[in-house]
Write a protein that binds this ligand. Structure first.
Ligand SMILES: NC(=O)c1ccc[n+]([C@@H]2O[C@H](COP(=O)([O-])OP(=O)(O)OC[C@H]3O[C@@H](n4cnc5c(N)ncnc54)[C@H](OP(=O)(O)O)[C@@H]3O)[C@@H](O)[C@H]2O)c1
Length: 343
C-alpha cells in the first residue's frame, strides 16, 4: 500500500538477508517497496519477494533516499560506514552486527524482554548477539521471578552463524572428508567436518575470552539492565549446519525448583519446552531449524549446588531466525506503535 514503509535490506544476498525476506513474507510484514543492497559483486543479481523480482543494487551512501526502515546484515564495518548515512536519510536502522550494541544511545532489543526500549532510539536499534538471544529469551522470565545472580553457559554453534560461505564450507569439507580428499578451509581457521573448535573470533590475551564470549557477557548485562549479574561463557563451533545449542546453568537469589522453572517457561513468549525424559528427547538443532521459538529442555536441579538455588537446562534456537532476522523483524513491527505513541 502507498503508506507502507520502504524497506532496504543491506546484505540481502547473505544468510541473514535471505531470512529477512522469508520472515517478512511469512509474518505478513507490510512493505511498500523493497530495496535489496549488497556489495558490487552482487549488483544485478535478482531475488524474489512476494512474486516480484527485485534487482540487487550496490550499497552506496545514496542508497537510502526514501527508505523508512533499513535492515542491516553485512557486518560491523559496513554498519559503521553506512548506518549513519541511512539515519541522515530518515531511515530507522536495525543492525545485526555488533557495531552499535554497547553504545549507550542505541537500544539493544529482544522484544520479549525490552520492547519498551523502542521509544529511546535515535535512528539505530541493535539486534543482540545470536548466542545471547538464545540464552536470554528463556532466562528473562526466570530472572523476573527470582533474580539470577550467576549464569554459566557453553555454546554449540552452527556453521551458519558465520554466514552463507561458512555453511558451504561445512558441506564441502564433509564431502571431502567422506571422499578421503584433503580440504583446506578458507572461512574457518580449522576444518569443520567431524570436528569442533573454540569459537573463531579473536581471543583477548588478557582475559582468555574470545569476542563472542565477551559479547554474550556484556550484552546480558545491558539487556537485563543488571550490572551485577555474573556471566561465564564458553563458545564452541560445531559441525551443525543451522541452529545454535547451549548448555545453561544459572543460580538464583532464592531457592528455585525445576517445576517452578517449567511452569514459568511454559508460559514464556518465544519459548517452547522440549523435555521428554522418557524418550530421551530434548532440544536439537534439527528441530530448532526453521522455526521461531527457543527450544528448552533438560530442565533439572543443578546437583553441584546443594543449596537448591541452581538449575541446569539445554536450549536450541535457529540463530538465523530468532538470533537474527526474526528478532529484527519483531523490532521493526514495533516501530509503528512508537509513532502512534508519540502522536
Ligand atoms: N549468520 C548468523 O547466524 C548471524 C546471526 C546474528 C547476526 N549476524 C550478523 O549478520 C551479519 C551478516 O551475516 P550473514 O551470516 O548473513 O553473512 P553472509 O552470509 O556472509 O552475508 C553477508 C552479506 O553482506 C554483504 N556484504 C559484504 N560486503 C559488503 C559490502 N562491501 N557492501 C555491501 N554489502 C556487503 C554480502 O553481499 P555479497 O553477497 O555481495 O558479498 C552479503 O549480502 C553479520 O554482521 C553477522 O555478524 C549473523
Amino acid at each position: 500500500m502507498k503508506n507502507d514503509p520502504v524497506v532496504a535490506i543491506v546484505g540481502a544476498t547473505g544468510a541473514v538477508g535471505a531470512e529477512f525476506i522469508a520472515t517478512m513474507d511469512r509474518r505478513g510484514f507490510r512493505v511498500g517497496r523493497l530495496k535489496a543492497l549488497a556489495s558490487a559483486r552482487s549488483a544485478g543479481k535478482t531475488i524474489s519477494f512476494r512474486g516480484q523480482t527485485i534487482v540487487v543494487e550496490e550499497l552506496t551512501e545514496r542508497s537510502f533516499a526514501g527508505v523508512d526502515i533499513a535492515l542491516f546484515s553485512a557486518g560491523g564495518g559496513i554498519a559503521r560506514q553506512f548506518a549513519p548515512a541511512a539515519v541522515r536519510a530518515g531511515a530507522v536502522v536495525i543492525d545485526n552486527s555488533s557495531a552499535f550494541r554497547m553504545d549507550p544511545d542505541v537500544p539493544l532489543m529482544i522484544p520479549e524482554i525490552n520492547a519498551r526500549r523502542i521509544r529511546e532510539h535515535k535512528g539505530i536499534i541493535a539486534n543482540p548477539n545470536c548466542s545471547a538471544i538464545t540464552a536470554l529469551v528463556p532466562l528473562w522470565p526466570i530472572h523476573r521471578f527470582n533474580r539470577i545472580k550467576r549464569v554459566i553457559l557453553s555454546t554449540y554453534q552452527a556453521a551458519s552463524g558465520a554466514g552463507a560461505a561458512a555453511m558451504q564450507e561445512l558441506l564441502e569439507s564433509t564431502r571431502a572428508c567422506l571422499d578421503g580428499q584433503p580440504f583446506q578451509p578458507t572461512v574457518f581457521p580449522h576444518s569443520c567436518a567431524f570436528n569442533l573448535f573454540s569459537h573463531n573470533t579473536a581471543i583477548d590475551p588478557a582475559t582468555g575470552y574470545n569476542d563472542e564470549e565477551t559479547k554474550v557477557m556484556r550484552e546480558t548485562r545491558k539487556i537485563f539492565e543488571d550490572e551485577r549479574i555474573a556471566v561465564g561463557v564458553t563458545c564452541v563451533r560445531v559441525p551443525v549446519l543451522r541452529a545454535h545449542s547451549e548448555a545453561i546453568t544459572f543460580e538464583c537469589e532464592r531457592p528455585i525448583s525445576e517445576d517452578e522453572v517449567r511452569g514459568i517457561l511454559s508460559a514464556a513468549p518465544g519459548v517452547k519446552i522440549v523435555d521428554d525424559r522418557v524418550r530421551n528427547y530434548f532440544p536439537m538443532p534439527v528441530d530448532a531449524s526453521g522455526q521461531d521459538d527457543v527450544l528448552v529442555g533438560r530442565i533439572r536441579g543443578d546437583l553441584s549446588d546443594a543449596s537448591g538455588h541452581s538449575i541446569s537446562m539445554f536450549a536450541a534456537a535457529d540463530q538465523l531466525l530468532k538470533g537474527a532476522a526474526l528478532n529484527a523483524i519483531q523490532i521493526a513491527e514495533l516501530l509503528p506503535q512508537r509513532v502512534m505513541a508519540m502522536d
